[in-house]
Design a protein around this ligand. Structure first.
Ligand SMILES: Nc1ncnc2c1ncn2[C@@H]1O[C@H](COP(=O)(O)OP(=O)(O)OP(=O)(O)O)[C@@H](O)[C@H]1O
Length: 650
């Protein structure tokens, strides 16, 4: 008969210590982005286009401003030329004043509309990139665990930071007058106006400048591989540094600093080599641009001067042409630069796309983690939707856990990254509700693999796992998360306060009193209150500001507060001092009482009281029974116990 589960939580309790689940009323916006998301991946160009089109009205406004500003910039040299011509011809003030007024109006309106253009484009850019970043993060979170086995976490975090930022820089760097679409329109417009002003002078000037621009563009194209190399070496450099810093104690204890420096140095020198390649390209390009300016000015003064002196062209045309020469040179340079930026952004986009192309989203996660659209309402930050899927999940798995055993039936499994190594070969285990089962076996026997399958990190290749007679895949991720708590005794905590960590399994929806009760049951309250900031103490990166024993008890308190009917306990391999060990055993006793418990035992001394011990060997359960039953016969378990120098209890 299962024992009564101790109750730590009252679901109706209020107030909550961290209400992360605020609902947003804008279901239409969410549904709309959800529709886009279901059809395409976050870095699909069509997906990006659809997101952009959600800002159609602001983009139209920006387009209108852009057209006005371009026309204004093209008209200004013509008006300036005409203005000077009235002075040269000593015409009356009535001819001069309207031109001056027109120029003044353009000079006032152009900066104002430029402001609207830049502001609107940047705002739309920010919104679209926020949406992309969030969608990218969601897509990564949805991946199967094997995806995370394959890619290092620095690689994935750099996607979200560095690569998405490259796209952001592209938008921000190319909204100014001398870059991007504006520069392109001005360059084309300047060629047209120059041609209209003087069919002899205009085409020559335009040809000189555009030919130089194109040469520069081709030259920049040659740096493409250098650029890709630099990005790769940068990513590798970050990876080496991250590994070295996150494993600094191991590095120090092996005196591995020199090795790490050498590894880092290889990528630094790669990055330096590509940087020098870049510097050469930049120097050549700059020199080429200067050459273009000088050549066009020479053409202007030579040919233009000859045309004016032979009265084939008025002086105002020469003056206008001088104005256009400079804007054409800068605009052409800007267009070339924009193409180069676009290439850099494309490299980032391709990196994102290629990584996501090999991704394998977990089917269950796609429904558990639907796309959100809170950024659509960024002006009203209080409406952020963060709805943990476990919080509102039904209790079907919890009910099933209470109604029957947890069973592995003929389970076979190979890790996706090592498809030829069969880890489990027809494993059969039955765990009655409320019982404690210990999984033992030699190192590499597959104990942690059983934990991984029960946690649904992977799926069996064949065979089934049943809970209360139902296939566990019939439960949603949220339902499963409510039913199962994984307590690794070498746990990693999240950087944040102790209270945040304990309430994590309840998504912060519990009172401080409940947190304290859980901590008391986990024998953690005393050490927590002895800390200067008590429950508000920050635990540091991965909880490393707490001792191992303290981290374990915080993790037990977290599981106690979550209050799930199944507990998976992955035992610590390292030993603790006798007092901490006793405190921990008491905490575990409280946690596991009345719950189905699977203990992965690395040290056999702790599991002798288990209801059942399962001996794993060669991917199968070769022996099952109580400690007494198993050591009463010449079993492999008895050999294992002997090898750990235990005193056999008969
Ligand atoms: N993510 C993974 N990808 C590929 N192979 C893995 C992965 N994790 C474990 N393995 C392999 O699966 C086999 C079983 O490993 P598992 O961690 O389940 O053993 P264990 O019994 O828990 O060992 P230990 O007592 O040493 O922790 C080992 O050969 C291991 O190398």
């Amino acid at each position: 008969m299962p024992k009564q589960e101790p109750k730590i939580c009252d679901p109706e309790a209020a107030p909550t210590i961290g209400d992360v689940g605020r609902r947003d009323s804008s279901h239409n916006a969410i549904a709309s982005v959800a529709r886009i998301s279901r059809r395409r991946g976050p870095m699909d160009s069509k997906y990006v286009w659809d997101l952009l089109m959600r800002h159609f009205a602001p983009l139209c406004l920006a387009g209108g401003c852009l057209i006005f500003c371009t026309c204004s910039n093209l008209a200004a040299p013509v008006i300036s030329g005409a203005l000077v011509q009235t002075l040269v011809d000593a015409q009356p003030l009535s001819k001069y004043s309207p031109l001056l007024a027109a120029l003044g109006t353009l000079y006032i309106l152009e900066p104002l509309l430029t402001r609207i253009y830049i502001r609107t484009v940047c705002q739309v850019g920010e919104r679209v990139l926020a949406a992309l970043r969030l969608e990218l993060f969601r897509t990564l979170l949805m991946q199967k665990i094997e995806f995370f086995d394959k890619h290092s976490h620095t690689e994935l975090t750099s996607l979200i930071s560095v690569e998405v930022d490259a796209l952001r820089s592209f938008v921000f760097n190319n909204v100014s007058r001398d870059r991007g679409l504006r520069a392109l329109l001005e360059a084309v417009g300047a060629v047209v106006v120059l041609y209209c002003l003087s069919w002899r002078l205009g085409p020559i000037l335009a040809l000189v400048i555009i030919a130089t621009g194109l040469t520069a563009a081709m030259y920049k194209r040659q740096t493409k591989t250098v650029e890709a190399k630099q990005l790769n070496s940068l990513a590798a450099m970050v990876d080496v540094a991250d590994q070295a810093f996150s494993n600094i104690k191991t590095v120090r204890s092996f005196a591995g600093e020199a090795l790490e420096r050498e590894r880092f140095g290889v990528y630094v020198s790669d990055s330096m080599a590509s940087g020098i390649g870049f510097a050469n390209a930049k120097a050549n390009l700059e020199s080429l641009n200067r050459f273009a300016v000088h050549l066009s000015l020479l053409a202007l003064y030579g040919l233009g001067g000859w045309l004016v002196s032979n009265q084939l062209m008025p002086i105002r045309t020469l003056l206008s042409a001088i104005g256009f020469t400079f804007s054409l040179v800068f605009a052409t340079q800007g267009v070339v630069q924009t193409f180069s930026d676009a290439r850099r952004a494309l490299v980032s986009l391709r990196r994102l796309q290629s990584l996501l192309a090999g991704s394998k989203p977990d089917a269950g996660m796609a429904t558990a983690l639907p796309p959100g659209a809170w950024w659509e309402h960024a002006s009203n930050q209080s409406s952020i939707v963060v709805e943990p899927y476990g919080a509102d999940a039904g209790d079907a798995a919890v009910q099933a856990a209470r109604s029957g055993p947890l069973e592995l039936q003929n389970v076979c499994f190979t890790y996706p990254l090592r498809p030829t190594a069969h880890v489990l070969r027809g494993l059969d285990i039955s765990l009655p509700f409320g019982s404690q089962t210990a999984i033992v076996g030699r190192s590499g026997a597959g104990k942690s693999t059983v934990v991984a399958l029960l946690s649904r990190f992977y799926e069996p290749d064949s065979g089934v796992i049943l809970l209360g007679g139902q296939d566990i895949t019939s439960f949603s991720r949220g339902e499963w998360a409510r039913a199962v708590s994984l307590v690794s005794q070498e746990p990693v905590l999240f950087s944040g306060s102790i209270a945040d960590n304990i309430s994590y399994g309840r998504y912060g929806r519990c009172s401080l009193e409940q947190v304290i009760r859980a901590a008391q049951a986990a024998n953690a309250h005393d050490f927590i209150t002895a800390l200067p900031q008590g429950y508000d103490t920050l635990v540091g990166d991965r909880g490393l500001l707490l001792s191992g024993g303290q981290r374990q008890r915080v993790a037990i308190a977290r599981a106690l507060l979550k209050d799930s009917p199944i507990i998976i306990l992955d035992e610590a391999t390292s030993s603790l001092d006798a007092k901490t060990e006793r405190l921990l055993s008491q905490a575990i006793e409280r946690l596991t009482t009345g719950r189905t418990t699977i203990v992965v035992a690395h040290r056999l001394s702790t599991i002798q009281a288990a209801d059942k011990i399962v001996m794993l060997e060669d991917g199968k359960a070769v022996e099952q029974g109580t400690h007494e039953e198993l050591i009463a016969q010449p079993t492999r378990y008895r050999d294992l116990v002997s090898s750990q120098s235990l005193t056999l209890r008969r």
